[in-house]
Ligand binder design. Sequence first.
Ligand code: MRU
Length: 357
Amino acid sequence: MIVQAVKWVGGVDGYLELVDQRRLPAEFVKLKCRDTEVLFDAIKTLAVRGAPAIGVSAAYGLVLALQKSGVNDRLEKAIESLAEAREYLASSRPTAVNLFWALDRMRRKAEELVAAQPDMTLQALHEALLGEANAIHEEDVDMCRRIGRHGERFITEGAGILTHCNAGALATAGQGTALSPMFEAHEKGKKFSVYADETRPLLQGARLTAWELKQAGIDVAVICDNMAGWLMKQGKINAVITGADRIAANGDAANKIGTYSLSILAREHGVPFYIAAPSSTFDLSIKSGAEIPIEQRAAEEVTTFAGTQTTPAGVNVHNPAFDVTEARDIAAIITENGVIENPDTENIAGCLGPRGT
Ligand code: MRU
């Protein structure tokens, strides 16, 4: 059974329930978010993570924000508080574009509704926004499934597939992006092996991808990040499939730190490198990956391991959370609309349309 990482419980006065990914695989614990502050912290500290899951959660975050408005508040005041909540949640993490995409879609919806019906009640606005967040959620579930169906053909019988970080059900509202073709191939009865990079420093591969695939009964082996090249040299890897946090108009794709190195290793060994991502992960407002903001995270993530200091005190640290893989090293991008082979500005626009949807 596929885990449901993000769930809204109740009506407009309900709450957001997340699987707390900081605690997996040792404990399976749900985290209740009843206000934007708890959600902000959940995004920042990776209780909820993965570009699509962050986007869906943030959409519900604006429903939480409206709960603070009193029934007698004027609509303009509610719109102001939505704008504030949008800015606040948008400042939680900078790289995954799904966060901004979902927040902006919710804000546009609110503005359109109020412009069309200036005398609507706050309750009606609140219900409409919950409806929009639910639509974003449902579309994500559908996008994941379609990515799986389009990408399943890249998993051939007996193949070894390498993946990095976690782009599974935990990272989306549905069955994942990079892992979705694996779930589909498994459902069809194909036999294949997955190598999950452990993904230093926060171990999303070792903790989360291995947990999800093992639960699904898919053959998975965890490897340290520095082992991938040697496995490729030995012919054990037939394809690399990862997710993405933001894809520029030319196909350059930001994903978890370490993905870029994998793409170079894959090119050197003649292994096809695929990105699986929904249209909400494309940012057609930027021409190339050079414009993607890269999140820098706390030094402690590198200097400690499971709470134990592993470096000399006070040593300098670099901790970029993402890197950018160049489009020329991506054999294809698997989207819900189909597969974009040899991605470039022209064929991406051809598949997604000028606005990216
Ligand atoms: O820092 P994280 O764990 O949020 O990074 C996640 C990734 O890099 C994923 O590969 C990406 O968001 C795609 S998830 C479907």
